[in-house]
Design a protein around this ligand. Structure first.
Ligand code: NOJ
Length: 748
């Protein structure tokens, strides 16, 4: 037996080494090819590879009109286009690139943020699922559709930690937590990139925005960021690091300055950290125009200095600013930029073009038959529906109002979002040419399909999303009084969160909460659906409505997914990936804060404490919060030991029991607190979680492992260390709903 085992290990090792050497051989072959192309290129052709233009039919930034794009491509002056969708269009541009002297193929990049034709929930909503496999699948389906439509490269995932819901781009990330954010970053990179670059169901990921863009002061988009190195390393960089380790092909830098240095011209971020410490081998693209914007930041005088700053700092490709195109050649001639810097950037880009297989077949992603098939794959809608249901957070459910019975006699479905189609897609959807909005399942259709034939569904709009017009109230109240139950769908417009959509007021807009008040006055039970791209403030609703579902923007299957949850075909399992404040005055608010020297012990006593005099210290809904139609009991927390050395680990187990009537999923969350550190440690930090599904009365033991890595942090020299001492261990259903506690010690 032992001999057999040894043989098995030997065979495995040989196989492994063989795979490694094949990979190495492939890589060195690519390096060889890159070098040979590089040697043929003129300086202008090299600079062309670093130049990315917008194709004019879609716009995601301030446009510069170029009448002669085709000529420039033909002359080898453009390496990549963004916003160019569809096999017909990409093929047309690629054919022009094939007329250039060296026939270097173009790269087509696109913001495929949450789906392509099939729109999945906005990324923040998906993060609420805490379901890494589902998130990966969502990214993979998006990649499959995009790649079939000619796209090589998505500008996603956005992995910026965001703790300020005024910032419109909070919708595009995974929320506030570096641990959850890192796992989701990895899942998304793996989903987009699939098994291997070059597969026709995969696109290159572009991890953005490097770095700290989510911490824009005051939540104002494009604003400055001022932060300590420790916070940068501890909170904002981990998801980027996780994405780089997952093999992300490209990174995008950011619009913001970080401590006075624009991210685009920031050598510490790009050269020291990303390409240096992390050994990143892909390429970095600027954000739209961000090289030129360094002039407005005030760190450079003109385009010449901007290009110098960006290339020196490690920025490889110039998205839309034309700074490289207009200045790099002169910079090289003036000996300000060493040609080796240009060569390095060009090589990084060419390598990806080789890895994608574009040199062998520039039209590899331009197959119209594959495009049609991928864009009409019914499995994609099904996956989007499941992902959407998993993203809905049940915030409140008094007296088990939900789930509703499919036999409910009369339901009044009210609100400005009930019948809309496109609103459900949220910001950063993709306008696929030739595809209209008819394939989106409205909330109305979703509920209607689910109800039994004997039931009646009544509709009134009630009011608009914005404005103070209440003329629709009487009709809404009338149908509410005729119904057994009311469903009210309110929230933001889809374009109220997203890029350049920061808001100082994040209350539910208009008279929507007044409409709720009028409906509640009828005495009918009201289920509220809140559609939004960020945590909104909705205290009246939270305190008065008996049932609330936070539905975010759920994508093309929104209506079906909402109906699945409302009628109990899917038991909600999502948990908030971000803290919901009571008022904007509490922002920034996040669960893993420091204790301070004057912590509030009792929320009714704020005297000489770190608190506001006019506001609770607690959020409205905490990180990790979300209800289910069933209940879970936590018991039997057991630790394998209460003392561990750094070389050891603690195994712990806890028993979860479904004590309610419905099958359901629970996200069991593990938090730690380092009691005493050389640097202040947060009051709690998420260190692990597991999502499990249990039938009624079923119990399961779940296990976690605590090792040195989970106890480590950056000390004052920014070294990653675990310091001996006591740790509190908390197992909970949210960051505030801690069900079981223990403590242990890390010993020398
Ligand atoms: C600007 C955005 O910040 C970035 O995320 C996006 O990828 C580019 N525009 C291209 O649309």
């Amino acid at each position: 037996m032992i001999i057999e085992k040894k043989w098995a290990i030997c065979i495995f090792l040989l196989f492994f080494l063989n795979c490694l050497s094949v990979l190495n051989a492939q890589q060195s072959m690519i390096d060889y090819k890159v070098d040979s192309v590089l040697r043929l290129m003129t300086l202008d052709e090299k600079i062309g590879q670093l130049n990315q233009y917008n194709d004019d039919h879609l716009v995601t930034g301030p446009v510069t009109i170029d009448k002669d794009k085709a000529t420039q491509i033909r002359q080898g002056q453009v390496g990549s286009l963004l916003n160019c969708i569809g096999t017909a269009r990409t093929k047309k541009w690629q054919a022009i690139a094939m007329q250039s002297r060296l026939k270097i193929p173009l790269l087509f990049g696109q913001d495929v943020i949450h789906g392509f034709k099939t729109t999945f929930p906005i990324p923040l909503a998906e993060a609420a699922s805490w379901d890494l496999e589902a998130i990966k699948l969502s990214a993979h389906i998006a990649a499959t559709e995009a790649a079939a439509s000619g796209i090589h490269w998505t500008f996603a995932p956005m992995v910026d930690i965001a703790r300020d819901p005024r910032w419109g781009r909070i919708m595009e990330g995974a929320g506030e937590d570096p641990y959850l954010g890192s796992l989701i970053a990895k899942a998304r990179v793996n989903g987009f990139q699939g098994k291997e670059l070059g597969d026709t169901d995969a696109v290159m990921a572009c991890v953005k925005h490097f770095a700290a863009y989510g911490a824009a002061i005051g939540g104002r988009d494009y604003n400055s960021v001022d932060m300590s190195d420790r916070q940068l390393w501890e909170v904002y960089l981990p998801p980027f690091k996780a994405a780089a380790e997952a093999g992300a092909a490209t990174f995008m830098n950011a619009f913001n300055d970080l401590n006075g240095i624009p991210a685009t011209g920031n050598a510490y971020l790009q050269r020291t950290i990303l390409k240096g410490k992390w050994g990143f081998k892909g390429f970095i693209v600027s954000d739209w125009g961000s090289i030129g914007e360094m002039i407005d930041h005030g760190t450079v005088k003109n385009g010449y200095e901007a290009a110098l700053s960006a290339i020196t700092a490690g920025n490889d490709m110039d998205m839309e600013s034309r700074s490289y195109k207009n200045n790099l050649a002169q910079l090289v001639k003036d000996h300000k930029v060493d040609i080796r810097l240009v060569d390095e950037s060009v090589s990084r880009i060419l390598r990806k073009k080789f890895e994608l297989g574009l040199f062998e077949d520039p039209y590899k992603f331009c197959n119209p038959i594959r495009e049609q098939k991928a864009l009409n794959n019914p499995n994609h809608a099904n996956a989007a529906r499941q992902m959407a249901a998993k993203s809905i957070v049940l915030l409140k459910n008094e007296n088990q109002l939900l789930p509703l019975s499919k036999n409910t006699k009369t339901i009044a479905f009210i609100g400005p979002l009930v019948k809309s189609l496109k609103q459900n897609k949220g910001f950063w959807d993709v306008e696929v040419p030739g595809v209209d909005s008819n394939f989106i399942v409205s909330q109305w259709e979703g509920i209607k399909h689910k109800l039994n034939a004997t039931s009646t569904l009544l509709y009134a709009k009630g009011c608009d999303i914005e404005g103070d017009d209440k003329t629709g109230f009487p009709e809404a109240i009338k149908i509410a009084t005729e119904a057994d139950v009311v469903i009210l769908s309110i929230g933001e417009r889809r374009d109220m969160s997203g890029e350049a959509k920061s808001r100082s007021n994040i209350n539910i807009p208009g008279v929507q909460e007044e409409l709720l008040k009028a409906l509640l006055a009828t005495g009918k039970p009201v289920v509220v659906l809140i559609n939004a791209g960020r945590p909104l403030v909705f205290n009246y609703t939270a305190d008065n409505a008996p049932a609330i579902l936070y539905t975010w923007w759920l994508g093309s299957e929104a209506g079906n997914a909402i109906a699945d949850v409302i009628f109990g075909d899917y038991n909600p399992s999502a948990k908030l990936p971000v803290t919901f404040p009571r008022t904007v005055g509490q922002i920034p608010i996040y669960y893993s804060h420091f204790n301070t020297g004057r912590p509030v012990i009792n929320d009714s006593n704020h005297l000489y404490k770190s608190a506001y005099n006019d506001l609770s210290i607690l959020p409205k809904y905490e990180f990790g919060y979300g209800l289910s139609y069933t209940k879970f009991n936590y018991s039997h927390l057991q630790l394998s030991t209460h003392k561990m050395k750094a070389s050891e680990q603690i195994e712990l187990s806890v028993t979860i029991t479904n004590t309610g009537k419905y099958t359901g999923e629970e996200v069991v969350q593990l938090y730690l607190r380092d009691r005493v550190g050389s640097i202040v440690r947060p009051v709690e930090e998420l260190k692990d979680f597991i999502k499990i599904k249990l039938n009624p009365n079923e119990s399961r033991q779940v296990r976690f492992v605590i090792n040195k890595e989970k106890l480590s942090f950056y000390n004052k020299n920014l070294e990653w260390v675990a310091e001996p001492g006591e740790f509190d261990l908390m197992i909970g259903a949210s960051s505030a709903d801690i069900r079981l506690k223990d403590s242990f010690e890390l010993v020398n």
